[in-house]
Design a protein around this ligand. Structure first.
Ligand code: ATP
Ligand code: MG
Length: 423
């Protein structure tokens, strides 16, 4: 029986890869504008990194990770997200000792064992950025502004920005207690996972996906009523900075995010378009994560943006990703001698900067023209026995359908001029 790709994974086929290359290119261009440098980290890490970083009461660590023992019995995990790895690398290579801030970006595949549906896969891709080294809310606003700029450049109109403050360990102590007081009378109604979260991490109760628990959470106390002075004034700063950038937002005190490392700022860009999978980009501040991973006390802020969801949204918004350029020249050859001549011309054209192909299937002329059309070739050069005898080839302009005879030694020159006119 034929083998298919694993459930929840997708091939990115040659006919669609240009869409990925387009968004990747635009993302990288924007990173350059904002002064972010790329970092690449391994596909798998020690499991402990995510237990400590993402947090072992989160859905990700409890039920979504692809974890396995390697041949030496070490527990490894395929990356479920990017930030923990970037932080690990920042600490391991002592990047914190260089002048700050450190501004990094990445694109990576993430692996989570989830129920596959539109916009939710087991292998998906994220673009992410991180700013390390400043507690200033200017950085948070800049990170949000980046996401906002990127989404609007990608033509996405039906998203709204929701922000919250998830506080710091200081103000959270009182909030945890208030949450427990609220949920205690409903303890028996909670799902099994939430029962375990009740003691260990009651804020996670707000992030539960079960509809019953979500309904309960609606009446829960708001974190914003429990913020300490520092967190409260940071949140005010953030709002002021977003206003300064001219970015509209709404405050949603229910946002806790699916990772434990966030402090103060938490945000999501939410769409109404892709059903239940409505968050295209989520992020926030993590002032203690770097210490948690074994580094010094350095604050950070960043986001992760789902590329599959981005592409879905772009389609929904009618964004037309430009199709890749076709081939500059196709060389149609008839007969063995013409093949040899064709190969020489092919090589010369490529060396001169053209994209070029020659027929390698010994097809008849009609078949060769069909292939040239499929490759969107702008010119087809025809070489047969007549052409060899004359020392000149036929150039067919595939756009205007004009045909001219050109001496072999003038081919490159003529093609260059003609191609400039077509591009
Ligand atoms: P959700 O609430 O939809 O599960 P999340 O809070 O788990 O999202 P994050 O961990 O913040 O998501 O990841 C950042 C982004 O990565 C999300 O906003 C989303 O666009 C994308 N993403 C997360 N999980 C998946 C998935 N299983 N398949 C496709 N994209 C995903
Ligand atoms: Mg999730």
């Amino acid at each position: 029986m034929a083998i298919s790709a694993p459930k929840g994974t997708k091939d990115i086929l040659p006919g669609e890869v240009y869409e990925w290359q387009f968004v990747e290119g635009k993302f990288k261009d924007l990173c350059k504008k904002y002064g972010f440098q790329e970092i690449r980290t391994p596909m798998f890490e020690h499991t402990e990194l995510f237990q400590r970083g993402v947090g072992d009461t989160t859905d990700i660590v409890q039920k979504e990770m692809y974890t396995f023992d390697d041949h030496a019995g070490r527990s490894m995990t395929l990356k479920p997200e990017g930030t923990s790895s970037v932080v690990r690398s920042f600490v391991e290579h002592k990047i914190f000792a260089e002048s700050q801030p450190t501004k990094l970006f990445y694109e990576l595949p993430c692996f989570r064992y989830e129920k596959p549906q539109a916009g939710r896969l087991r292998e998906f891709h994220q673009f992410g950025i991180e700013v390390f080294g400043t507690p200033d809310m200017m950085a948070d606003a800049e990170v949000i502004c980046f996401a906002n700029d990127f989404l609007s450049e990608m033509g996405i109109k039906n998203v709204s920005l929701e922000i919250n403050s998830v506080g710091c360990p200081k103000c959270r102590a009182a909030y945890r207690k208030a949450l427990q007081d609220y949920f205690r009378p409903h303890f028996d109604e909670l799902c099994d996972t939430c029962k375990t979260r009740f003691e260990r991490n009651p804020m996670r109760l707000l992030d539960c996906k079960s509809p019953e628990d979500q309904k309960l959470a609606e009446g829960a106390p708001s974190i914003l009523d429990y913020l300490c002075d520092d967190c409260r004034s940071s949140f005010e700063d953030l709002k002021k900075n977003l206003d300064a950038f001219g970015i509209p937002f709404t405050v949603n005190p229910r946002i806790v995010r699916g990772l434990d490392y966030y402090t103060k700022t938490a945000f999501e860009f939410v769409s109404t378009g892709i059903g239940a999978q409505s968050t295209v980009c989520g992020g926030g501040r993590y002032d203690h994560l770097i210490e948690e991973i074994g580094g010094p006390s350095v604050p950070g802020v960043g986001f992760g943006l789902g590329v599959e969801r981005l592409l879905l949204l772009m389609k929904e918004n009618g964004f037309e990703i430009p199709k890749p350029e076709g081939l500059d020249v196709f060389i149609a050859v008839l007969g063995d001698e013409a093949k040899t001549k064709g190969l020489g011309i092919l090589h010369e054209l490529r060396q001169k900067g053209f994209s070029a192909e020659v027929d390698i299937l010994a097809r008849n002329l009609k078949g060769q023209f069909k292939y040239a059309a499929r490759k969107n070739a702008r010119h087809t050069v025809v070489i047969g026995s007549d052409e060899l005898a004359k020392g000149a080839a036929q150039i067919k302009n595939m756009v205007t359908h004009e045909q001219v005879e050109v001496r072999f030694d003038k081919l490159v020159e003529v093609l260059k001029m003609s191609d400039v006119l077509l591009k």
